[in-house]
Design a protein around this ligand. Sequence first.
Ligand code: ADP
Length: 250
Amino acid sequence: MLRFEGVWKGYGGAPALAGVDLEVPEARTTVLIGPSGCGKSTLLRLAAGLIRPDRGRIWFEGEPLRPDRLRPARLRMGYMIQDGGLFPHLTVRDNVTLMARELGWPRDRREPRLAELAEMVQLPADLLARYPIELSGGQRQRVALMRALMLDPDLLLLDEPLGALDPMIRFELQRELKAIFARLGKTVLLVTHDLAEAVFFGHRLVLLRAGQVVQQAAPSVLLARPTEPFVARFVEAQREPQRVLLGAVG
Ligand code: ADP
C-alpha cells in the first residue's frame, strides 16, 4: 500500500529523516510515535506528497510517488492535521465538498455523501452551514475527518488528529474514530506522541528517534520486548504519569 525505501529528508541542518524503511500494511492502523522532533510529521508530509524526499523512494499502491503522478495519488489519500486545517472562509459543507466540487461531482452525488459522512461522525446536520470558527474543537475535527473521507480514499494520513482536544472530548473521539476505521477497513497511518493513544489505535507501532525507526512491532511486542534501551525509556516515561495517578486514587 505505502512503502518508504531509504528515505532521507533534511531542512538545512541535521536530517529530519535519516534513512527510513517502512512498510504500511493495508486495512490496518499503523501508528508513528516518538519524542517531539523525531520526524513523525515529516514522514506523514512525505507520504502525502506535500514535500519531496532528498534521497530514497516512496511507493504508493505499487507506483513511486512522483511529482508527475502526485495528483491522482493525492485523490486516493485523506490527510488530517491537529487543528483540522479547515478553510476559515468556507462553511462546513463547502470545506467538506471542496475537492468533490473541483472534480465536478454533481450536487445529487455530493449531498448524499455529505449526509452519510455527517451521520458517520455524528455531526448534527444544522452545523453544515456554519463556519469553522462557529464550531467547538471536537466538532472541527469531526468536520476535518469528513473532509478527509469525502472521496472515499484508500489511505488516511492523520497527524495528531486529537492532539488539540481536551481529555474528555479526546477520549470520546478516540473511540468513535477507532470504530470508524474498523468499519471502513481503511489503511491508516496516524501520528501521535501519546503511547496510550498509539496502543489504543495501532495494529502496528513504529517508534522513531532522531529521524530513524528504532523499533516497529505490534503494541504488545513493543511494550514487552523493547529492542533498545531507548524504547524501554520511552515506554517508562509515558507510564510514570499513570502510576502517579493510580497512586493518588489508591
Ligand atoms: P515530529 O512530528 O516528530 O515532532 P517533525 O517531523 O515535525 O517532528 O520535525 C523533525 C525535525 O525537522 C525537527 O528537528 C524539526 O525542527 C525539523 N523541521 C520540520 N519541519 C521543518 C521545516 N519546515 N523547516 C525546518 N525544519 C523543520
